[in-house]
Design a protein around this ligand. Sequence first.
Ligand code: NAD
Length: 554
Amino acid sequence: MTTKKRIIQAKTGVERECKGWEQEAVLRMLYNNLDPEVAEKPEDLIVYGGIGKAARNWESFDAIVRSLKKLEADETLLIQSGKPVGMFKTHPAAPRVLLSNSVLVPKWANWDHFNKLEKDGLMMYGQMTAGSWIYIGTQGILQGTYETFAEIGRRHFSNSLKSTVTLTAGLGGMGGAQPLAVTMNDGVVIAVDVDSERIQKRIDTKYCDRMTFSLDEALEWAQEAKEKGVPLSIGLVGNAAAIHHEIIERDIHIDIVTDQTSAHDPLNGYVPEGFSLAEAAELREKDPTRYVKLANESMRKHVEAMVTLQKRGSVVFDYGNNIRQVAKDEGFEDAFSFPGFVPAYIRPLFCEGKGPFRWVALSGDPEDIYRTDVLIKELFPENEALCRWIDMAQEKVAFQGLPSRICWLGYGERKKMGLAINELVRKGELKAPIVIGRDHLDCGSVASPNRETEAMLDGSDAVGDWAILNALINNTSAGASWVSVHHGGGVGMGYSLHAGMVVVADGSELAKERLERVLTTDPGMGVIRHADAGYELAKDVAKEKDVVIPMSEK
Ligand code: NAD
């Protein structure tokens, strides 16, 4: 990893450096991923999620920028694990960029092999939206986290999280959404992180209310807020493997427990118990094998605490970081006692083709996003939860980098919104084009047996074909602006395959056609994937919305 300090800032305004808005959109989203407001460690090209990077190294970054500036509207640039490797003439409706990140042949798909290749400069970890240039900061996961906690409130408490205490860990790029998601649901949360700077970043960006280094103080604040029934988020500096056991020893009742440390990457994402950040960094460098062993042992302890809290009555769920698998591999047989968040709370949404739809104003002007906020409420006035979400997001979400918005939309809805945005651009109601994309954590774009495809009805959890088909239908056929295929996002090497897409609404007729196709096929993959697995809801949605499934009953 290079030590050269560079600062990349999101680019705004209507002056272009590239030959067309589509290419300019790619460039601006790459810059945006690395803006210090957006990325976790931009000096190392790390965007979020452990070592999720935007480019392999600075040389590759510069070459990508140069290539994008040269790229014609009928050419396609190829990116192999963060490095530009080729540029071909294709056609205007083809993607401008195709990316493949961290993909290893299955037999070699483990961290040891990946780390070796990375060290040799041959690969980079793309996470999900880091290497595919559609990360928008912590807001990107906020609505999903908010909806998950709202569902917990409906299912297990009296319709909200009022007077409940949630215990979690990890306040990084994605995990940082947790405190705000809990307080938006009126709850109290103690979020543990070993790194006080990460907590401070959440406070600066209005995701977290307060920070303390003292467990006593955190518990006192939490108890007081719980009794008063007021929302409060507390960032507690400490190591979750130790703190959770301390809470158990003190016999404190916790209502909800989850975790978003970067457990998916034992070497770079999880700090072993008893180590300061500096000591951890030193050991990681000097003796990576010992580091991984200690991190894995701590994670086992961490999961043991989560299971104990579950036995004592807490609602416990895995939040997509593969921590249960690590504990199981460490010999903890009960590691999977608590469910993953997808089978527990999200799968019905996936059956309807719903997922995290996001859009970004390339102008950099927040007014462009506020105009689309009005638009979405006009388009879906009957969807009260969505309208409430937009109001809340306007009030509570501070933009990081380019202004953006996220909300969960389903099959049919995404196309409607995409076309309406394109129309606003065409009419000149927005200052510049809008980029439309999504997380790889979506209904039809990911195979991840410990997360998105955990406990599928027909046992097809590990079938990777769906992620590949998603990428193929979105790029070769439908014509997204950039399309990515990744391995190992969310849960680490060997545990997932997933695809991403981004499409640019520049107001043109061609954009209209591409948006219509991409925003149909993409959520459509979610509907057919879940119908194929036997989910009645997905079959009903397919019938109702005329999604063609060749072998479904007539
Ligand atoms: P990140 O790497 O930016 O942050 C991880 C945080 O965990 C850091 O702040 C780190 O200091 C902290 N940490 C590490 N070890 C710790 C320990 N022992 N005790 C307390 N804190 C510790 O990662 P991120 O982007 O926030 O993602 C977190 C995890 O969630 C990843 O595994 C990621 O793959 C997963 N993820 C889940 C979802 C979802 O929808 N549920 C979405 C994206 C990512």
